[in-house]
Design a protein around this ligand. Structure first.
Ligand code: ATP
Ligand code: MG
Length: 205
């Protein structure tokens, strides 16, 4: 399974709908400083609900909504006074290799109506109103909870604690770890850590 496409709309510097293709083995994003390369990674973390531990670069969720005044430093918090303040990011996963089967997707979405599961579309939307904000997740078009998405992705080996996303500084951190701590990472990647944690919980009970 791999990311096939990322669709950003109203997310950070992407004021217009932007589709970014990803290839199976290797995709490099280049561009001048401040052109939005890291925002693309933030978009992946945001949509897949991986942000909590992997450090998305925003203080609050609503900072992720496109703000036309952002780049010129005139940010007075009055972003997009015309039109709704909303950001959506869709991660399109190529599941052509059958990493996840139909039953797993149906179970997570809570619906039979998930279309063709060769493609898994995880979408997140953040909407800001005058006095509040709302966050929504969708799986192949069906509204669901973050935990449903996380459970499904975990079945494909994609977890917030995992190393599907290697951030700046992670490599140095891994090099500076003790051998024991490094073993922990291998356990995490191999999927053993989850069972160790469950075993510990069971013993406690
Ligand atoms: P570098 O090469 O320096 O790492 P980069 O290509 O990774 O640069 P990003 O950090 O992805 O750049 O993008 C930074 C840009 O995104 C800045 O110009 C900033 O103004 C803009 N930006 C961030 N949040 C928003 C927002 N909510 N609305 C509009 N623009 C935003
Ligand atoms: Mg960057």
């Amino acid at each position: 399974m791999h990311i096939k496409e990322l669709v950003l709309d109203g997310f950070k510097s992407f004021g217009r709908t932007t589709r970014i293709p990803f290839y199976e083995d290797f995709t490099v994003v280049t561009g001048p400083n401040g052109s939005g390369k890291s925002n693309i990674i933030d978009g992946v973390l945001f949509a897949l609900g991986l942000a909590r531990t992997r450090g998305i670069r925003a203080e609050k969720l609503t900072d992720l909504i496109y703000n036309p005044g952002h780049a010129d430093g005139s940010d007075d918090g009055e972003s997009g006074t015309s039109g709704p303040k909303e950001a959506t990011v869709t991660v399109v996963l190529d599941n052509g290799d059958g990493t996840l089967d139909r039953a797993q997707v149906v179970n997570a979405a809570g619906s039979d109506n998930v279309g063709d599961v060769d493609e898994i579309r995880v979408k997140r939307r953040v909407k800001e109103t005058e006095d509040n904000y709302y966050s929504y997740y969708y799986l192949n078009g069906r509204a669901c909870n973050l935990s449903d998405i996380q459970d499904l992705l975990a079945q494909a080996g994609i977890t917030p604690e995992g190393y599907n996303v290697v951030m700046q500084g992670d490599v140095t951190e891994i090099i500076n770890m003790t051998a024991y701590q490094r073993r922990g990472i291998i356990d995490e990647i191999a999927g053993v850590a989850e069972f160790d944690a469950k075993k510990e919980d069971a013993f406690e009970e």
